[in-house]
Design a protein around this ligand. Structure first.
Ligand code: GLU
Length: 306
């Protein structure tokens, strides 16, 4: 398959839409990003990489990080994680509080903020935040095969200063004993993992194990094939918050979005695809990025639905 030609076609399809949507401004450090940025990278299971536009420029991966902290947490606590967080789509926005009261402080899934805060809390137990973040960063560098990946401290600080909803979620879950560490420490881990700064190339490479039955392109095992499958299932059903159904309908691949405008998609057995365009649609997902994934899926014919 000529992936270069497919990406050229994708660019033709989306170029009129680049800059569409609204850059996330509730985290002040993200508000100043140029909305006209657009990059895309496809990392294939044979170790190849094909890129488009600003694919080498690092951006704030935000909630895409939740895929990787979930992977680490499952490695740490195994299936016991599911006592503290569910596996159902929420049908609510990323930072919704209402459901938590009905469900006694157990978040619907690990990809809404409340769920990712619980996942961060499991990684923190027995450690200091600095150690946990060191573990997250080493993991990202290892799976991306790139030692230059960093956490953007300015973005983390900016979110820390304005993260009142996330603080409310964490305190609320603490009241239900579903946060085990001091709330400020757990939130510190969460805000810093969201502030991981990665390019589309790094992100596609980091996600490749999910397309490759749990293995890196080198053959090194990260998780079992079964676990990779299950993480993909959660990405498909919960990766785009209350637009997860629409993304599955339009794209047909497991995907995880972040408010930095990044989306990571997995084409099992084939490739991991990362796209970045900072303008967000009404659901808080990259507007041009979603269009680009839709165009890519149509042009490549890659879909988990046949
Ligand atoms: N750090 C962001 C928040 O918790 C992540 C949200 C997202 O990327 O969807 O508000």
């Amino acid at each position: 398959m000529d992936l270069e030609a497919i990406l050229d076609g994708v660019f033709g399809d989306v170029s009129d839409h680049i800059g569409e949507g609204k850059v996330a401004d509730y985290i002040p450090a993200l508000a100043k990003i140029d909305p006209r940025k657009f990059g895309m990278a496809v990392a294939t299971v044979d170790g190849g990489i094909v890129t488009l536009g600003d694919a080498g420029e690092p951006f704030s991966i935000q909630s895409v990080s939740k895929v990787f902290t979930l992977t680490l947490a499952l490695g740490r606590v195994g299936e016991g994680l599911w006592k503290r967080v569910g596996r159902e789509p929420s049908g609510t926005p990323f930072n919704s509080i209402v459901q938590l009261e009905h469900e006694h402080g157990i978040p619907r899934n690990p990809f809404i903020n409340a769920g990712a805060i619980v996942v961060a809390d499991t990684l923190l137990s027995g450690h200091e935040p600095r150690e946990t973040l060191g573990e997250v960063l080493s993991f990202m560098r290892h799976i991306a095969g790139d030692e230059t990946i960093v956490i953007d401290r300015e973005v983390a600080r900016s979110e820390q200063q304005t993260g009142f909803r996330n603080a409310a979620l964490a305190n609320y879950m603490f009241a239900f004993s579903n946060i085990h560490n001091p709330v400020e420490k757990t939130l510190g881990v969460y805000f810093h993992q969201c502030a991981l700064s990665m390019s589309c190339v790094q992100l596609a490479r980091a996600g490749l194990f999910l397309a490759n039955r749990g293995r890196l392109a080198s053959g090194h095992s990260v998780v079992s094939a079964e676990r990779a499958r299950r993480i993909n299932a959660l990405m498909l059903t919960c990766g785009h918050y209350d637009a997860s159904g629409d993304f599955a309908f339009r794209v047909g691949l497991p995907g995880k979005s972040g408010v930095g405008g990044g989306i990571l998609c997995i084409a099992p057995g084939k490739a991991a695809i990362a796209v970045w365009s900072p303008g967000l649609n009404a659901n808080g997902n990259s507007a041009a990025g979603t269009r680009a994934m839709e165009s890519f899926a149509r042009r490549s014919g890659w879909s988990i639905f046949g």
